[in-house]
Design a protein around this ligand. Structure first.
Ligand SMILES: [Fe+2]
Length: 287
């Protein structure tokens, strides 16, 4: 199956795609209205290929951005449907909703980075402090900030890890780090874990610098070295409105630069976020 069957690949430093006209038509049909029986088989086949291609990109690149994704005003419904096509949408116990608004909260008095802040949010993996973080972070860009300052950051550490000194790599694989939960995740106990773990020949990463503590001097120095390498290899990009973004939360790190909040909820930067886990029963092309 050629990658161009569904997607047209755009020139960019990231796998930036748009749907072919036919795929766009089928996706719009599926997402925005009831499907008549004539279209049913075509749509089913489209969704199957769409899922495999997305998982293929997420596995090989760590990220995929689909620009101009067909979506009516009900982006939450669309995100939910897409989540179910790709895997299983998942809500963690302490999340207030399955689909979260990523937007500055005017009541957020602190300056801690987070989904509800406009402060710089350094490269991290999501939910580093839970035993089983989500496989995929799916974001839909509803609105960018008015000044277009909020650049997204992305890094796939795979290449860094393969060229890292053996002793440093071994150190990162020791459970010498304490991952702390933010205040709003009350009741979750901090967990002790490694930064890197290996699964099916892939390196999995768990990292959030402002919420972790190294338990030995050596683990601290190693994490600092790793962090410098990550930052040097980060990609900055400005996702356009109506982009759908899938991030492999097991192998890649993401973040966002600081931006100016408009302090107006109807006008501020707004992304919709859904966590997706892979469906092990459909893990024919899993991560
Ligand atoms: Fe995040």
């Amino acid at each position: 199956m050629s990658k161009k069957e569904i997607f047209i690949i755009e020139e960019a430093s990231l796998p930036s795609l748009r749907l072919t006209d036919e795929a766009n038509y089928l996706a719009s049909d599926y997402l925005n209205k009831a499907i008549d029986s004539e279209q049913k088989e075509k749509t089913k086949s489209f969704l199957y290929k769409f899922r495999l291609q997305i998982l293929d990109y997420i596995k090989s690149e760590g990220i995929v951005v689909i620009e101009n994704f067909p979506c009516n005003s009900d982006s939450e419904n669309v995100l939910n449907k897409i989540g179910s096509v790709i895997g299983i949408p998942i809500k963690y116990e302490h999340q207030y909703a399955l689909i979260m608004d990523i937007t500055p909260d005017i009541n957020n008095a602190g300056d801690l980075p987070g989904y509800n802040s406009s402060e710089r949010f350094d490269l991290h993996t999501d939910l580093s402090f839970v035993e089983n973080p989500p496989d995929i972070v799916c974001l839909y860009v509803v609105r960018q900030d008015i000044n277009h300052d909020a650049e997204s950051l992305f890094c796939n550490p795979e290449k860094i890890l393969f060229r890292l000194d053996k002793s440093l790599l071994e150190e990162l694989q020791l459970a010498n780090y304490l991952f702390k939960s933010p205040e709003y995740f009350q009741g979750i106990i901090d967990i002790r874990h490694s930064v890197i773990s290996k699964s099916e020949e892939k390196y999995h990463v768990r990292f959030r610098k402002d919420m972790m503590q190294s338990l030995t001097w050596k683990s601290y120095l190693t994490a600092e070295y790793f962090w410098n390498e990550i930052q040097e290899n980060a990609i900055e990009y400005m996702p356009k409105e109506n982009s759908l973004i899938f991030i492999n939360n097991k192998t890649s790190m993401h973040g966002r630069s600081k931006f100016e909040s408009s302090h107006d909820r109807n006008n501020d930067r707004l992304l919709k976020r859904l966590y997706i886990n892979l469906d092990i029963k459909r893990r024919d092309n899993g991560l």
